[in-house]
Design a protein around this ligand. Structure first.
Ligand SMILES: Nc1ncnc2c1ncn2[C@@H]1O[C@H](COP(=O)(O)OP(=O)(O)OP(=O)(O)O)[C@@H](O)[C@H]1O
Length: 243
């Protein structure tokens, strides 16, 4: 892989829908094996940014490079595990059938496929619900299954759009533990959130509001630089709300 280069390089990116500018001159880099958080309120542009990183959407101007390749690039999808905010599942199929479908898209076959399916279902604690139809799953279970699918092909880059929404605190903790383990193995993780305590678990954090990048730093430095007692306070500080 591209040793020494950032896994993601976003350079002066703008994205507009008609006359509405949703991302305004965003530049940032994500290094290998980082957990990089994108924190911002609803409507701030997190999903729009994430779609540019995965190549689902295209910049209006500027440039996005992933693993040294200019996006969008279809062939890079094999390298990315993407968990969208709305679950892309076949509800009339069982979890197993969904997993098998996505595994075949990623070229996983035979014993390897069976092993990966069992592994990822264990990570999200759904192993007992493998044969259940997805339309009988709760919202949180669907989120967990979507995460399992993103992990299936062991991609070097995981992009997770609000992965723990609707997931209870115990499982949320175990999912974060698993993400940390993947980091330890060299996986790079980009995760969007509007939950402050999740943001603090990231190695580095980009704070965005109204499509603008307010700050990028480690959670500890964001707190220190602002003199804030909490991430929430730091966010308000950068957002222009000073006490
Ligand atoms: N296809 C589109 N056409 C027009 N406007 C869009 C489109 N997609 C997103 N937007 C607008 O861009 C802004 C940012 O949306 P985005 O979904 O990126 O926010 P977000 O930070 O992910 O929010 P949330 O946390 O609620 O998911 C919003 O004002 C939204 O209405």
């Amino acid at each position: 892989m591209n040793q020494g280069h950032p896994v993601i390089a976003v350079t002066h990116v703008r994205r507009a829908f008609g006359t509405k500018e949703v991302l305004k001159d965003i530049s940032l880099q994500v290094e290998q094996a980082e957990t990089f958080g994108i924190l911002g309120p609803s409507g701030s542009g997190k999903t729009t940014l994430v779609k540019l990183l995965t190549g689902i959407d295209e910049v209006t101007s500027g440039q996005v490079e992933v693993l040294g390749v200019r996006m969008p690039k279809l062939s890079l999808l094999q390298q990315i595990g993407y968990m969208a905010q709305s679950d892309a599942l076949y509800s009339e199929l069982s979890a197993k059938e969904n997993l098998e479908f996505f595994a075949s898209l990623y070229g996983l076959r035979g014993g390897n496929r069976t092993r990966r399916i069992a592994d990822v279902m264990e990570v999200v604690n759904l192993q007992e619900h493998l044969r259940k139809r997805v339309d009988q799953y709760s919202g949180g279970m669907k989120r967990r299954l979507s995460l399992a699918i993103a992990l299936l092909h062991e991609p070097p880059l995981l992009i997770l759009d609000e992965p723990t929404v609707g997931i209870d605190p115990v499982l949320r903790k175990s999912i974060w533990k698993e993400l940390r383990t993947l980091n330890g193995k060299g996986t790079t993780i980009v995760v969007t959130t509007h939950v402050m305590d999740e943001a603090e678990k990231c190695d580095r954090l980009a704070m965005i509001r109204d499509g603008q990048l307010l700050a990028v730093d480690t959670p500890a430095d964001l707190l220190q630089n602002t003199g804030a007692a909490s991430m929430e306070e730091a966010f308000l500080y950068y957002g222009g709300v000073r006490r």
